[in-house]
Every structure is written in structure tokens, then in C-alpha cells.
Design a binder for this molecule. Structure first.
Ligand code: ZN
Length: 349
């Protein structure tokens, strides 16, 4: 059970802080990530040499469309870059970033602690595993209870000897259809949530029925769905009816690909929405009474979306989307709920 002394705190990589210190919070980003597992050959075989090219101004336009076909682009591993991107985020009004990097894609607790210290941005680290294809082979041998225990220890005692604690469970990676290991990890996440009180952040498989299937498994396993964030809705569900069904579970809806306006989305044949279209979905959900259950982010996991490489950076939502929301008639209270209050509720343990 949750220790009485640990109630009502947010667990950052530099220790627990009071929830009212979070400020504007992006709930799904990656500051340090090795996303090489996503590498795929270019659509056009004539572009094959682009896979090994370093990211440059000359190929940035191409990489923006085919971001998973360039090896260099998938390595977001430089701490100094992360520090300067975080300093910019802070200047643009940002307060906190959830680093959703889990096991299998290069989570680095010590680096996150140093980035937070150097930039003064609060960083909340994730626990658990990414999708099956990224998981280390020992996951096959681990039982549901062992994984739940591992996640619980990372939240309450920290990762290994580092003492750096996770503050959220996830992003928990799911493919579609779900694999045996992914189901095991979802159940373990529910158990770890019951013990720790931490929220669960889900990366659903790329199919419109994936979120509800996942929520069903979490519910069956005793999860508190009011403390579950369903991520990546932007590239998963374009039906208002299905979005409303997902919301009926009690979970929080996350549009976390703001700034990603790619014409050719490589991992599926889903049409990536624009920021304006994301706001249309959010408007409909707000009108449906979901002001307390919407969060946003950019899910930056490639170089080309960092300001250093000509991208929009972690401050894009605050600097460029919020002013548009004001012009479109979103109220200050609605915006504040999305950027501040809802993340605060979900990150408070
Ligand atoms: Zn994800």
C-alpha cells in the first residue's frame, strides 16, 4: 500500500516535489531515446542511401516525411542537446516533461537527472516495458508478479543502485494484436498501480479497437482506469464515436503527436492529422464534458523534431498551439486543465 508519508507528491528524477510545482506539463515526450528498432527501408528503393546519411539541412525535408528511414535521426541520445532543448522549453513557459522512455528503447535515469538539474525542468520518468519487438529477451522468463514487483520497486525505491525513482508506469508498449508478453506486462502494470498509486501511460497498437481491448485487460486486472492515460490517439482513432467509447472507461485521452504533420505516416496507412484537426477532436471531447480528462504532448523521439535540427521542440504546444486555441475560443480554464491541472492530478501519487 502507499506509504502515508509519500501521499500527494509528484515523483521526479530529482526527488519528490509538491504537485503545485509542476506548471505546464507535456505528458509524453522522450528526452533520451534510442529508437533504432523503428528503422525501416525507404518507401522508394532509390532512396536507400538516405538510411546511413547524417541528418543535414539538405536531407531534413526528406527525413521529415520518412523519419524512420534514417538511422541518425532515430538516435536522440545527446545529453547537451536535451539540456538546451529543455532550457528552451522552460523559456517558452514549460515546467515539467514526462519522459515516457521505457525498457527496450534506451531509458537513462542518470542522464534524465542531469538534464533536469541543468535545465530546471521537472522530469518524471517512466517504468515498465516498450513494445514486444523492443523488449529484452529476459521478459519471456519473467512472471507477471516479478514484473509488477520490478515496476513497484522502481517507483518506491528507484532504478537499481541509482535511487532515481520512476513517477509513472509507461509508456507501456502494445502492438496490435497484443502479444503474450504485452498482455503479461499490462496485467503487471495494473498490479503495480494498485500497490503504488502511480498512473499508467499506454502506447496502444495501431488499430482503432486497440485502446478498448487494452482498457479491458487493465480493468480485468484491477487497474483504476481514472488513472490511465491512453496515448497516441492522433494516429490510432479518427472516429468520434470510438473516442467517446474509450472515454466512457474513465481514462484520460492523450493527443501526444502535436507538431507531427507528416503527409506519409510510415508505420501504418492512417492519415496523420494536423494540429488544427487535433484541436477539432479536443473541442468535441471538451463539449462532451471531458475537460478533466485530456492531456497533450509531442512525443518527440527523433532528431528532426528538435529545434537544434530545425524542428519545433518541446515548447511547440505552449508557444504555437495555445495561442491558436485562444483565437478559436477555447477558454483559459479549458487550456489550463489540459496543460496543468490534468497532468498534475495524474502525476500526483
Ligand atoms: Zn509511444
Amino acid at each position: 500500500m502507499t506509504d502515508e508519508s509519500e501521499k500527494n507528491i509528484v515523483q521526479t528524477v530529482r526527488g519528490s516535489i509538491s504537485p503545485d510545482k509542476l506548471g505546464s506539463t507535456m505528458t509524453h515526450e522522450h528526452l533520451i531515446i534510442d529508437f533504432s528498432m523503428m528503422l525501416r527501408e525507404p518507401r522508394d528503393p532509390n532512396d536507400i542511401e538516405m538510411m546511413d546519411a547524417p541528418v543535414t539541412m539538405e536531407n531534413l525535408g526528406w527525413i521529415s516525411q520518412y523519419c524512420y528511414s534514417n538511422k541518425d535521426n532515430l538516435l536522440v541520445t545527446d545529453e547537451q542537446t536535451a539540456i538546451s532543448e529543455c532550457i528552451q522549453y522552460k523559456k517558452m513557459g514549460g515546467g515539467t516533461i514526462v519522459d515516457a522512455t521505457t525498457l527496450g528503447i534506451g531509458r537513462n535515469p542518470e542522464a534524465l537527472a542531469r538534464i533536469s538539474k541543468a535545465s530546471s525542468v521537472n522530469i518524471v520518468m517512466g517504468a515498465g516495458y516498450y513494445v514486444d519487438a523492443a523488449q529484452p529477451s529476459d521478459v519471456n522468463k519473467l512472471t507477471e508478479d516479478q514484473i509488477a514487483e520490478q515496476i513497484y520497486i522502481e517507483i518506491t525505491q528507484g532504478v537499481g543502485e541509482s535511487g532515481i525513482k520512476a513517477g509513472i508506469i509507461g509508456e507501456i508498449g502494445c502492438t496490435w494484436p497484443l502479444t503474450t508478453n504485452e498482455i503479461k506486462i499490462l496485467r503487471a502494470s495494473a498490479a503495480a498501480q494498485s500497490q503504488s498509486g502511480a498512473s499508467i501511460l499506454i502506447h496502444p497498437g495501431r488499430h482503432e479497437t486497440a485502446p478498448e481491448e487494452i482498457l479491458g485487460i487493465l480493468k480485468e486486472s484491477g487497474a483504476d482506469l481514472t488513472r490511465v492515460i491512453m496515448g497516441h490517439l492522433d494516429r490510432t482513432v479518427d472516429s468520434i464515436e470510438i473516442l467517446k467509447q474509450i472515454a466512457e472507461s474513465g481514462c484520460t485521452l492523450e493527443w501526444d503527436l502535436f507538431g507531427n504533420e507528416v503527409s506519409y505516416y510510415q508505420p501504418s496507412n492512417f492519415d496523420m492529422p494536423s494540429d488544427a484537426q487535433r484541436l477539432e477532436y479536443i473541442r468535441i471531447m471538451l463539449d462532451d464534458g471531458l475537460q478533466d480528462r485530456i492531456v497533450v504532448a509531442h512525443d518527440i523521439c527523433t532528431k528532426h523534431r528538435l529545434t537544434k535540427y530545425g524542428g519545433h521542440g518541446y515548447g511547440h504546444f505552449i508557444a504555437h498551439v495555445v495561442p491558436r486555441m485562444v483565437e478559436k475560443g477555447f477558454t483559459d480554464a479549458e487550456i489550463y486543465s489540459i496543460t496543468d491541472l490534468n497532468p498534475r492530478r495524474l502525476l500526483t501519487i
